[in-house]
Design a protein around this ligand. Structure first.
Ligand SMILES: *[C@@H]1O[C@H](CO)[C@@H](O)[C@H](O)[C@H]1NC(C)=O
Ligand SMILES: *[C@@H]1O[C@H](CO)[C@@H](O)[C@H](O)[C@H]1NC(C)=O
Ligand SMILES: *[C@@H]1O[C@H](CO)[C@@H](O)[C@H](O)[C@H]1NC(C)=O
Ligand SMILES: *[C@@H]1O[C@H](CO)[C@@H](O)[C@H](O)[C@H]1NC(C)=O
Ligand SMILES: *[C@@H]1O[C@H](CO)[C@@H](O)[C@H](O)[C@H]1NC(C)=O
Ligand SMILES: *[C@@H]1O[C@H](CO)[C@@H](O)[C@H](O)[C@H]1NC(C)=O
Ligand SMILES: *[C@@H]1O[C@H](CO)[C@@H](O)[C@H](O)[C@H]1NC(C)=O
Ligand SMILES: *[C@@H]1O[C@H](CO)[C@@H](O)[C@H](O)[C@H]1NC(C)=O
Ligand SMILES: *[C@@H]1O[C@H](CO)[C@@H](O)[C@H](O)[C@H]1NC(C)=O
Length: 630
């Protein structure tokens, strides 16, 4: 009983020996029925003895293992689970072993073997079997990968192997599908039949996760079978959500969120410039930044990449901070007249307003720039001081300063003068300069230079900032050269590294004191007489030397009678004290000077004696001498 060949063909080969033809696979819905078509052959030499019988076994071909008997033609004794359910449709004498199983359940799934019993020893179980699948749901063919926007075919199958009932297929939940198409097919193979229905549509990302169903039913019965599937539609990232651009304060913490809509979940990453800060495989990602610094300001991009596509979205993170301490030029010393540009730079967010203050007063503002340049053309001594650059924004302020020292040649201040005081004459010489000038007095008549190193004279000096003051007191006695002439012309010279200036100090007197002296000395009548004479004298001289007024003035000023009269070698050189009204002004004009000199001339000669060497000065002095001699 061995050596037979198993053929899986459906055509009948007469020459074959023990052979059976059954469908290898057959399926049926639960509670319906199935007909397993079957034909068999036995060796032609065998003469069946007392007819042909057959047995269907379930599970095992070997009777020794007592497999459940599905059907047995000799008796009605079958396994319990097949009782009343099986019927042989075929005629065994026609070698037709076709079996009907009704009202099947899933427990009937398995292998079915046919055993032919021709009498005597000619009993044979064919090794070929039919495998029955009892389905409680239709099956749906779903492609392994469903990609969005690509046409999709889903096929639902219903076995049609029960002659009494013909299945029908319906698709469920297709209302929301865009233009679904349905096509039916019917496939018969190995005497089995399968009905199918194919649904064709183009899925979109929105269909991901939605349900679709296939319903198989047998009309005019209550048998209904349904299968539901959830669509898994792959799609490239179709949105990447990130926070809107935002601002944070330096030093604070911030968390940026990103959510990517894609299937499957993307590789989600946060980029800052070219740098990848964080990545994960997830639909969302949070980037936490602690103790944020200005260097972290910039564009943050969230990138989603799931293999089906890549997408990114960016946001700008602005980091706010108060201005940094401005960087300014270092302190410097310049010469008057120099031009400078002072730079101030800082950082801050928002961009700070830069303001220049000089000694606390506003001198310039530049808004929303990180560099401010203060241009100073031809700096004056008033430009000396502290320059502060103040940077401000809504988060704070910071400032830096520098000192500018302006150096300049010495100049006289208008306070320089000699005054008659009770004890003699007091001369004050005031000058400004940077470095502060040294002051020296020179008495040409006595050929004496007096400076601070000289202790012999009543010399006093004082320096306050860039202003130097020198003072001497000349007493009639101590300062005489022994000839009875009182202190004479006083020159003051001022010196620093940028130059030297000299001036003959003019004598001024307080009127009250002078009047007292006048009255006390020569009486009221003499005073009037003197004044008249003096005016006449001056008028006469002016007429007489009309041709050359300049010469006249000089000679008059040098007149020996006019003791202590001032000569101003450089009339533009006197200045008011720096800073008093913010500007330098030449003091006095030539005309004013002349007037002053006249006044002095009128008042000065009292008590004076003809000066040594003055005799050689010509006739002009004669009127005076006369008057003085009174
Ligand atoms: C076997 O019997 C069944 C039921 O009567 C019949 O439908 C089928 O056509 C027969 N098969 C062959 C090969 O004659
Ligand atoms: C179902 O039954 C109706 C009458 O009740 C009949 O007209 C129809 O043909 C039957 N359909 C099928 C598939 O048996
Ligand atoms: C970003 O968005 C998330 C969620 O809306 C929010 O919790 C978070 O505060 C936002 N971050 C910023 C910096 O705006
Ligand atoms: C972020 O993703 C995780 C898992 O990846 C998920 O559990 C969570 O719900 C998501 N959060 C949001 C807001 O989508
Ligand atoms: C973001 O996408 C644009 C084009 O869509 C691309 O040019 C750019 O390089 C991407 N940025 C990053 C950080 O991937
Ligand atoms: C101040 O600094 C800037 C930049 O360093 C420079 O260009 C400028 O000349 C400086 N100004 C002075 C007066 O030194
Ligand atoms: C500028 O001078 C003042 C005093 O006049 C001093 O207190 C300050 O420190 C100086 N500033 C600089 C930058 O040298
Ligand atoms: C002044 O005195 C100096 C010495 O102290 C002397 O050299 C000079 O010749 C004198 N000048 C006059 C004009 O007397
Ligand atoms: C003061 O004058 C004397 C000469 O009279 C001179 O040698 C000295 O250097 C002067 N001192 C100053 C501080 O100018």
């Amino acid at each position: 009983m061995s050596g037979h060949t198993t053929l899986r063909s459906t055509h009948i080969d007469i020459d074959c020996q023990w052979n059976v033809w059954v469908p290898r696979d057959i399926s049926a819905m639960t509670n319906s029925c199935v007909v397993i078509p079957c034909t068999f052959m036995y060796p032609s030499g065998i003469r069946p003895y007392r007819g042909i019988h057959g047995i269907w076994y379930f599970g095992q071909p070997y009777p020794q293992l007592f497999p459940p008997v599905v059907y047995k033609s000799r008796t009605d004794i079958v396994h319990e689970s097949y009782k009343g359910r099986t019927k042989l449709l075929g005629d065994l004498h026609q070698r037709n072993c076709t079996l009907l199983i009704s009202n099947i359940g899933t427990e009937h799934s398995g292998r079915y073997y046919f055993r032919a019993d021709l009498g005597g020893a000619n009993i044979y179980t064919y090794p070929d079997f039919s495998e029955l699948k009892v389905l409680d749901q239709p099956s749906i063919d779903v492609p392994e990968e469903i990609v969005s926007d690509e046409s999709l075919e889903l096929t639902c199958y219903a076995p049609d192997n029960c002659p009494d009932m013909t299945p029908e297929i319906q698709w469920m939940y297709t209302d929301y599908l865009p233009d679904p198409e349905f096509t039916s097919d019917y496939v018969e193979e190995s005497n089995t039949a399968v009905l199918s229905s194919t649904l064709t549509f183009t899925p979109r990302p929105m269909h991901n996760g939605q349900l679709l169903g296939c319903r198989v039913y047998f009309p005019n019965t209550t048998l209904v079978y349904e299968r539901l599937i959830s669509l898994d539609i792959k799609y490239a990232p179709r949105s990447v959500w990130v926070n809107v651009s935002s601002e944070v304060m330096e030093g604070s913490s911030v968390t940026l969120h990103c959510e990517v809509d894609s299937n499957p979940a993307p590789r989600i990453s946060w980029m800052f410039g070219d740098q990848e800060l964080l990545w994960d495989t997830a639909s969302n990602s949070s980037l936490s930044l602690d103790d944020v610094t200005p260097a972290q300001e910039g564009v943050y991009t969230c990138v989603g990449d799931n293999g089906y596509g890549i997408m990114n979205t960016s946001m700008y993170l602005a980091v706010k901070y108060p201005p940094r301490e401005p960087v300014v030029n270092s302190s410097l010393t310049v010469l008057e007249g120099s031009s400078l540009s002072l730079h101030c730079s800082t950082q801050g967010s928002p961009a700070p307003t830069l303001t220049w203050l000089k000694d606390g007063e506003l001198v310039g503002t530049i808004t929303a720039e990180e560099l401010s340049v203060l241009e100073i053309a031809a700096i004056t001594p008033q430009g000396d001081g502290q320059y502060r650059c103040l940077a401000e924004n809504e988060h704070g302020r910071a400032s830096s300063s520098l000192n500018i020292t302006v150096e300049y040649a010495p100049v006289f201040l208008e306070e320089s003068k000699c005054t008659v005081v009770r004890e003699g004459v007091q001369c004050v010489c005031m000058a400004t300069g940077n470095p502060e000038p040294t002051i020296e007095f020179y008495l040409p008549d006595l050929n004496i230079t007096i400076n601070e190193t000289d202790g012999r004279y009543n010399y006093y000096t004082h320096t306050d900032g860039h202003t130097s003051t020198g003072m001497i007191k000349l007493r009639e006695k101590g300062d005489r050269a022994g000839d009875g002439v009182p202190a004479v012309n006083v020159h003051c010279s001022i010196t620093n590294m940028y130059g030297t200036e000299s001036v003959l100090l003019e004598l001024q007197q307080e009127k009250k004191y002078m009047m007292a002296v006048i009255v006390g000395t020569i009486g009221g009548v003499a005073v009037i007489a003197f004044i008249i004479a003096a005016v006449r004298y001056v008028g006469h001289n002016n007429k007489k030397e009309n041709g050359n007024p300049g010469q006249d003035l000089v000679s008059k000023l040098e007149n020996p009678a006019l003791y202590y009269s001032a000569i101003k070698k450089d009339k533009q050189n006197l200045r008011k004290k720096v800073g008093e009204d913010g500007d330098f002004q030449p003091v006095g004009t030539l005309a004013e000077l002349e007037k002053q000199e006249l006044n002095y001339a009128a008042l000065e000669f009292i008590g004076a004696r003809p000066r040594e060497g003055a005799s050689g000065r010509g006739d002009d002095g004669s009127d005076y001498i006369e008057i003085k001699a009174k």
